[in-house]
Design a protein around this ligand. Sequence first.
Ligand code: NAD
Length: 379
Amino acid sequence: MSEKKNLNIGLIGYGFMGRTHSNAYCKVNNFFDLEYRPKLKAVCGRNEENAKAFANNWGYESIETDWKALIARDDIDAVDICTPNNTHSEIAIAAAKAGKMILCEKPLSMNAPEGEEMVKVIEEAGVANTVWYNYRRVPAVSLAKQLIDEGRLGKIFHYRANFLQDWTISSDLPQGGEALWRLDVNAAGSGVTGDLLAHCIDTALWLNGGITDVSAMTETFVKERMHSLTGKVEKVGIDDACSFMCHFGNGSLGLFESTRYARGHKALYTLEINGENASIRWDLHDLHRLEYFDHGDDPLVRGWRSVHVTDGDMPYMDKWWVPGLQIGYEHTFVHHVADFLDNLAKGTPTSPTFREALETQKVCDAVLNSASSRQWVNV
Ligand SMILES: NC(=O)c1ccc[n+]([C@@H]2O[C@H](COP(=O)([O-])OP(=O)(O)OC[C@H]3O[C@@H](n4cnc5c(N)ncnc54)[C@H](O)[C@@H]3O)[C@@H](O)[C@H]2O)c1
């Protein structure tokens, strides 16, 4: 393709997601043929020295230490929000009002009402937007979507998903501050529900359609922790574990579980869908494989197939190596940027948009309300 148009990126937050996104911006044009090229204009972090080191490492042209200054700059086209959940709304609303495109990390917001306000402002501003629910763009998960949309599973009966971790079991672990903001309800909004189940819910809504009502239970196993910012032992406000069951609009039943207390599991995101004709199963620890059972197979050799999702006719895979050679976690972010840039050129939205991500937020709110009220709650 001829001369590319620059898309000037202003990244806010240089932690885990700041790195995955920067990596994606650097790689995307090497593998995807696109009209636009992301230009790493500025990174914003509150610590000047760290921001400079990050900028040098990834090739950002400049730094800011206040996100408001970044948004005020004329040379920034798109703002990428990679900061803790309690900052998403204020930054996104300010960026939309300044006419910037927005790529916002998940979860969209602290809760659904906050998300509603974000959607309202961003749609009024008419700026391109997307939320980084990156697991949709694992090729095996995209392939699952294709198989379901082709009707191969037939009527869906069951949707099951787990997201299991084990990193907060120690009661000595503090809450709050850098790295541990996920344990502080004021920064995170919720615990595993907004952090881990939000991913499972986003994928489920995408693959299996809307959720109508939920019945949930949550538990906070460690009730008090030292707060890193105040130095005091404070009540823990997040859910350490959450399980819920639900009905989907298509008549299927859902079962979801997430915890940070499953000793031995680091990021075990698994999902299984059972349909009338076929079932599929996926596991983040083996993310390039899709397991598939087709009842229509010859009964003598019928069984679960483990499909190695690396062939060029499978989603995204024609852009990478040769059949048989797999890709990994970081590529999901490259795919998201590629789709965003492609859609920008075509003038079409990139899923999930803020409006679509709000649906996940509504389910999360219903789950937390159900757990506290011990009642079924409509979404
Ligand atoms: N898509 C995914 O799979 C995925 C994975 C991890 C995190 N996330 C989401 O990404 C966001 C960030 O998470 P993370 O793991 O990168 O966290 P992190 O703690 O690694 O990084 C957060 C960064 O934000 C910075 N920051 C905080 N407040 C700021 C402010 N006011 N101005 C500028 N910078 C500020 C911190 O200094 C840090 O650099 C969260 O919303 C989280 O839920 C998504």
